[in-house]
Design a binder for this molecule. Structure first.
Ligand SMILES: [Fe+2]
Ligand SMILES: [Fe+2]
Length: 172
């Protein structure tokens, strides 16, 4: 495999762990404020991100490329309020989408179509990632006027989120 692409895939693998780390930190912040449904949603999000890292791991390993794990940065741990948490989530997912786009372009450039097909799964996944963060943020903004009972109702509804294994792992 192309050396530049292998390095970029390794960086993305670590970035996926960072996403998981960020969401786990947010889960802790939410749980401490007794928003257990929101915290549950974030913990599931963190598990999904660890799965994303595994998808890159499996791809590199199965193609005989070196997996090199770098350090994971510490995520922010202070947030103004719940809207701030989901603004940061949406902003983070948008920046992930930009790195995924750059990865597709690199795979094209070095004509690695196996990697390109793998990365294209993430292009589609990112639409959903941005949409779900944006939907929750919009709802929080609507509730802005009357956050009390409506926020608690939203908290109970998010408590029902189920974990599902991302398709590239489920196929194995
Ligand atoms: Fe991800
Ligand atoms: Fe994500």
């Amino acid at each position: 495999m192309d050396k530049k692409l292998v390095e970029a895939l390794n960086r993305q693998l670590v970035a996926e762990y960072y996403s998981g780390y960020l969401y786990l930190q947010m889960a802790a912040w939410l749980e401490r404020r007794n928003l257990k449904g929101f915290a549950h949603w974030m913990k599931i999000q963190a598990r999904e991100e660890a799965c994303h890292a595994s998808i890159f791991f499996n791809h590199l390993a199965s193609r005989g490329a070196e997996v090199v794990l770098d350090k994971i940065d510490a995520p922010p741990n202070a947030f103004k309020d719940i809207a701030d948490v989901f603004e940061a989530t949406l902003e983070h997912e948008r920046s992930v989408s930009r790195s995924i786009d750059r990865l597709v372009e690199l795979a094209f450039e070095v004509k690695d179509h196996a990697a390109r097909i793998l990365i294209e799964w993430f292009v589609t996944e990112q639409i959903e990632e941005e949409a779900s963060a944006s939907e929750i943020l919009e709802k929080i903004r609507i509730l802005g006027k009357e956050p009390g009972p409506a926020l608690l109702a939203m908290d109970s509804s998010l408590a029902g989120r189920a974990f599902s294994l991302p398709a590239p792992l489920a196929e194995k």
